[in-house]
Design a protein around this ligand. Structure first.
Ligand SMILES: Cc1cc2nc3c(=O)[nH]c(=O)nc-3n(C[C@H](O)[C@H](O)[C@H](O)COP(=O)(O)O)c2cc1C
Length: 458
């Protein structure tokens, strides 16, 4: 088998985390004795987790981020504070250099919300991070959830519309990319004490940009990092979000849903990528996925049951309002979601969690059914339960049914889930030839695209 064929079977495995928010994603599990979700202030907790993942051969550790918390009518809902839903949430970009210094191979992916900083500032910050992490940095580009709160916090006159946020994001990323790719030629950093020449002025280029949202001219004040442009992750699943992902992303994140729906989504993203002149197979598409795994299937089921019993409607509803602007608890429980009119908030925040429950004809589950689904499965959805062999069988079924390139483990109870997965499932994936030995090395871009390119760069 040649290298390319081997790579066909290779899947990519990341881990989803948030720096805080013990009830992230509308999941309530931090009160369970298994959970360590309240230990997030402890640097040793993160270093230990990152090292475990690095040694087990995970491809990346991912930090989501957001500036908002659940509100109704401008007020934070009580459940957000009482349960810790997107609140408190610390800045994960500040964790990255610490994790980089304490790991060797694993990719470190962190979220950047567009529209809040100037793209030059982002280009400088991520170039710095990529230097400090020796080329292992990924940037999850989001237009940002909970935009009504973002508008309040940042003093915007009103919330920016959904599609305009993506227009801004495109210009933002284009400008940052010009700074990363064009400002310094290869070899511009000379560092020759004998001449002396530190950087060669002839090989530095001034970027000029005068666009719809941003203006900037000058030079990137950081010399090129190993990857120059960090690996771009993207997770928008609305039509406009998918378009943005297809044009820009190296790695597209989906939330797990029904496999047939996911397969259609993936085919759509790959087709859109082809329409942008990209090789549709050059995009890695992965879905979030939770697991309850134990050597004995009954123990795995017990964990799943305990998790299910801990979930509350209150937390599920608070998460949903923060994603969509829709307060399910204030609606007629016997009617579908189409009872809610779209306005300048609803429909302009996240769309995918509305689309998920509204059929093309406006029909769909009732509000009571939606709440129960969210309570049991959280905002993200799918869970796999069983022994390591059963779990990997289910993963392989999912890959075959969807054309996914891998998945991102969403650990519901926290570190113990990750450790069990590393101990039980990673060796089984490796035994079946799905993942390489740990210690792959290289930049994150090389790690994800080794079959397609031998360069650390775009
Ligand atoms: C795996 C995954 C991770 C995400 N991480 C973030 C995040 O860190 N911050 C954020 O604001 N949105 C995050 N999102 C949400 C999306 O990026 C996007 O904001 C949301 O889907 C709404 O956009 P849309 O209407 O295009 O779908 C994530 C979504 C998924 C599936």
């Amino acid at each position: 088998m040649n290298r390319k064929e081997q790579e066909m079977d290779r899947i990519y495995v990341g881990v989803f985390e948030m720096f805080g928010s013990p009830s992230a994603r509308g999941v309530s599990a931090w009160t369970h004795p298994r959970s360590d979700l309240t230990r997030f202030h402890d640097v040793a907790h993160w270093v230990d987790l990152a090292r475990t993942l690095d040694e087990a051969g995970f491809d990346w550790l991912f930090f989501a981020d957001s500036f908002g918390y659940p509100t109704v009518g401008g007020q934070m809902v009580d459940a957000a504070a009482r349960w810790g839903i997107n609140f408190p949430l610390l800045d994960p970009q500040l964790l990255l250099p610490i994790l980089a210094a304490n790991t060797r191979d694993i990719g470190l992916v962190v979220t950047e919300t567009t529209g809040l900083h100037h793209p030059f500032e982002t280009a400088r910050r991520f170039a710095t991070l990529d230097h400090l992490a020796d080329g292992r940095v990924g940037m999850n580009v989001v237009t940002g959830s909970i935009q009504n709160v973002v508008a309040d916090l940042f003093g915007h006159e009103r919330m920016r519309e959904h599609d305009m946020r993506y227009d801004m994001a495109q210009e933002y990323l284009d400008l940052a990319r010009r700074y990363w790719e064009e400002s310094w030629e290869d070899g511009a950093l000379v560092q020759d004490p004998s001449t002396p020449v530190y950087a060669d002025p002839a090989r530095l280029h001034r970027i000029e940009h005068d666009g719809r949202f941003y203006r900037s001219s000058g030079y990137l004040t950081v010399d090129p990092s190993p990857q120059r442009t960090p690996v771009i992750f993207q997770a928008g699943s609305s039509g406009r979000g998918k378009e943005f992902a297809a044009a820009n992303a190296d790695c597209v994140l989906l939330q797990s849903a029904d496999p047939a729906q996911m397969a259609a989504n993936i085919a759509d993203i790959r087709a859109r990528a082809a329409a942008h002149g990209r090789d549709p197979r050059s995009i890695r598409v992965v879905a979030t996925q939770s697991f309850f795994v134990a050597e004995d299937a009954r123990d795995a089921q017990r964990l799943r049951d305990q998790f299910r019993d801990a979930q509350t409607i209150e937390v599920a509803a608070a998460m949903f309002v923060s994603n969509t602007g829709i307060d399910l608890l204030a609606l007629d429980p016997d009617k579908p979601l189409s009872q809610v009119p779209l306005d300048d908030v609803v429909g302009q925040m996240g769309q995918s969690n509305i689309d998920r429950f509204v059929g093309p004809d406006g029909e769909g589950p009732t509000v009571a059914e939606i709440l129960e689904q969210l309570r049991v499965r959280g905002i993200r959805g799918s869970q796999i339960v069983g022994t390591p062999e059963q779990v990997v069988d289910r993963i392989e079924d999912l890959l075959a049914a969807t054309d996914l390139d891998g998945f991102m483990l969403d650990p519901l109870f926290g570190g113990e889930d990750v450790r069990d997965f590393a101990r039980l499932v990673m060796p089984e994936l490796r035994r079946r030839g799905r993942i390489p030995e740990a210690g792959v090395g290289g930049t994150l871009r090389e790690r994800l695209f080794a079959a397609d390119t031998a360069t650390p760069r775009l």
